[in-house]
Write a protein that binds this ligand. Sequence first.
Ligand code: MN
Length: 147
Amino acid sequence: MALEEYKEKRDFTSTPEPAGEVKDSGLNRFVVQEHHASRLHYDFRLEMDGVLKSWAVPKGPPEQPSVRRLAVQVEDHPVDYVDFAGVIPEGYGAGTVAIWDHGTYRLLARREDRLEFSLAGERLQGEYLLLHTDGKNWLLMKRGPKK
Ligand code: MN
């Protein structure tokens, strides 16, 4: 199941993206990749279940509490994608990918419709929340300081 959609969408004879496989590194990494595709977006990825759970965030992850950002879930990516930066040639996802932030996270709560985690990145720090709304749509937000 896990990486079938990822592999189906790509031709690894032409894309520099990693073919990869499901593997548990136990490192709990996250990455945000700035992706200049047909439309600029930021790919937010959490290492989980041996893959990178992935969301495309058109406006990028919020750095301030109380800002809600649409995060559209996309196909799981291989954990090797966590280091990927480069140019994807014509075809699926064509455009330049740069690492916008990376680090590790700590899972605080996980339900089918809700993920809570604490990020330790270079840009993103603190508690975040992903809330499922409908279909592939989620909301990504940053938690304010506890009162
Ligand atoms: Mn993308």
